[in-house]
Write a protein that binds this ligand. Sequence first.
Ligand SMILES: C[S@@+](CC[C@H](N)C(=O)[O-])C[C@H]1O[C@@H](n2cnc3c(N)ncnc32)[C@H](O)[C@@H]1O
Length: 339
Amino acid sequence: MKQEELEARVRELFERQGFKVEKDGNQLTASNGKKIVLKVFSSEKYSAEDVSAEKEVKVFVDEGLEEVKEDLDNDVSIIYNEEEEEDFETPSYEVIGDIAVINDLAGVNRDEAVEGILHHQNVKTILLKDEGLSGEFRLGDYEKLYGEETETVHKEFGYRFKVDPTEVYFSERFGTERKRVADQVEDGERVLVMFAGVGPFAMLCSEKADEVVAVEKNPAGAEFLKENIELNKVENVEGLEGDVEEVVPGMGEFDRIIMPLPESANEFLGLALDHISNNGVIHYYRFVEDGNTEEIEAEIMKEIEQRGFEYKILDTVECGERGPTSTRMCFDLQVTKSI
Ligand SMILES: C[S@@+](CC[C@H](N)C(=O)[O-])C[C@H]1O[C@@H](n2cnc3c(N)ncnc32)[C@H](O)[C@@H]1O
């Protein structure tokens, strides 16, 4: 594919998601509050050896450079030829390492979905999520449509995450949200990631933080978390297995607490308030129905004010959907304890 055509396809992809895209030398910058740097390499202009980028940059190549996906630590997407794409009916899916996960077949026949995905992606397994996520570990039931192996290594912003999506929660779709939060970490911070999963928030935050404590209750998830700390050779992240209610008391205060459990983070806000430092920031995730944030804001106010603290909502960010009327939102709360 020609370089200009590939750049136009990448631009369109981001503009369709509401990003403003600008060209800056040989790279594109997509912004919608967050800023993502994109580098585009067509096989017509570049060879595999030419493809390189800073680790947080998203890389786009055409199918002639598909091989670089294996070699780079970056998040690499392959853009396929348009005429070929039109021949396949494919449901929407996400790719975790070399596993494709379909959330909803949306009427597409199983065999066609498999054929379509295999045409676009070099994956070893295709899973169909039977139901939504359930239980305190936020796991789904999966049907294997293709392949057997469910463990993989997913790359995000230069980090590697060993994960089995059938055993522990992981969604690549929240990568940009994790980066948004990690970008706010300042040098020397002490950060707590409650509900850490396989460690994506923790690893990203470790770049600036002095110390990151990551807690995960699902034993399989905690095992992956610990393995991923080793795999990425980060020495300032401590991965702990257990319930935050049992593990966090006695750990002192944190400058930043991340609470990525939108179904029930409210049950743990009191614990976070006990452990946030004066003027520290809590990233509080909740599901919001019909865009009505008032209920959640009332819940936040009640919990904080009954402790005699003050707070400021620094930002309210939409970061995903659960259904037609329910959005996942992050409330960035700065808490002032000594008034
Ligand atoms: C929605 S997932 C988020 C995982 C991860 N932060 C990510 O972004 O990929 C929430 C995680 O919290 C864990 N969890 C639920 N209740 C918990 C608790 N009381 N203490 C510690 N972890 C818990 C679940 O097992 C699950 O892995």
